[in-house]
Design a protein around this ligand. Structure first.
Ligand code: DX5
Ligand code: ZN
Length: 226
């Protein structure tokens, strides 16, 4: 799999989600941020909205669950038709069991790390995951500034994946823009969430293609294969 762009609709017009998703036809996935006002200090949308959106778009849905107790709630997002379901390891009681349950529902299982959460304790879990999400802002809001301090963790995660020969995708979320995407791609990321960069552009679909071109142009020395 090459570079993938997954626009976040968090900063789109939430009263017209179907219309907003039609503006990003070149995207690989639609990234949907689910927030419960407990795990993060913000409240967005949940299963009923995702079920409706799934009927109105051909794009696969990439659900990012910023919620407490994902062990209880995450499998339902897979069942609702999300192609990828990401839970936060900081909130999960049993991440291995949860990843297996998500896969058993037919979705890709993904685990997210907040900026201060290290990757090292989870090295042996990588084979259980279809994707690892490294947050490059504190989760909760769109439009925040990219945290460069996360770049070494992205590099270390890519090195671990190469060492173990796993096919796990490495997704980055937060502050991704034309200015920051090259740094992430160089560090070894291959799936890029971009919210405000895409939806504040005059032509969101053109921005998706520009972001992809920038990331593809970067050669990643530590990023072998894929
Ligand atoms: C933040 C969300 C992100 C957010 C990204 O908690 O997980 O997906 O929408 O927005 P930007 O790209 O504006 O940082
Ligand atoms: Zn997100």
């Amino acid at each position: 799999m090459g570079i993938q762009i997954t626009p976040s609709i968090l900063n789109a017009d939430l009263s017209d989600l179907a219309g907003e998703v039609r503006r990003i036809g070149s995207a690989d996935w639609v990234h949907v941020d689910v927030m419960d006002n407990h795990f993060v200090p913000n409240l967005t949308l949940g299963l009923p909205v995702i079920e409706s959106l799934a009927k109105s778009t051909q794009l696969p849905m990439d659900a990012h669950l910023m919620i407490e107790d994902p062990d209880r709630w995450a499998p339902a997002y897979a069942e609702a038709g999300c192609g990828s379901v990401t839970f936060h390891v900081e909130a999960a009681a049993a991440p291995v069991r949860l990843a297996r349950e998500i896969r058993a529902q037919g979705a890709r299982a993904s685990m997210a790390l907040k900026p201060a959460t290290p990757i090292e304790p989870y090295e042996d879990l990588l084979a259980e995951l279809d994707m690892l999400l490294i947050m490059t802002v504190e989760p909760g809001f769109g439009g925040q500034k990219f945290l460069d301090l996360c770049l070494p963790k992205i590099r270390r995660a890519r090195a671990m994946m190469d060492k173990h020969g796993v096919e796990t995708w490495l997704q980055i979320d937060g502050g991704v823009s034309l200015e920051t995407i090259e740094r992430c791609a160089e560090a070894g990321a291959d799936v890029f969430v971009a919210g405000s960069a895409v939806y504040s552009a005059d032509d969101p679909d053109a921005m998706v293609n520009e972001l992809r071109a920038k990331a593809e142009a970067v050669s990643a020395p530590t990023h072998v294969g894929h």
